[in-house]
Write a protein of this length. Sequence first.
Length: 156
Amino acid sequence: MKKISLAFTFCVLLLSAGAQSEKSEMDMIREVFGKEWKTLSGEALSLNTAEAEKFWPIWDQYRSDRKSVSDTRMGLIKNYADNYENMTDAKATELAKGVLKNESDLNKLKSKYFKKMSKAVSPIRAAQFLQLENYLDNQIKAAVSDELPFLPHPVK
């Protein structure tokens, strides 16, 4: 988990530095984790050769399918930031519903791939995959939450 923490720390530093290039924050996360996520997963799971042959094609498809869910999450964050100064009840409701749907979509995707991996490799390996995904997701969510300002109390 130390290597995961180091890669994650690097990613957070990129986010908090607010790199003002043409690349989006999501592109930077993908660069860091896209190259490292598979390596980190491999190290954390320590798959044997037979397991790896079955696991990695499913994992690759999961990462591909997950891209749209991640893009939606980043879009919601951008929408929140764009509307922060002039937040209305309607926009707050729209964003909250979007976040809840995004979480639901991610959980459905994880459930789908947990089942696939359980059948292909084993339930224990699938649970390890899920544990690692949840750990990394929670770390990223915590870092993003730390960077986003909390909405002010409504003026009455």
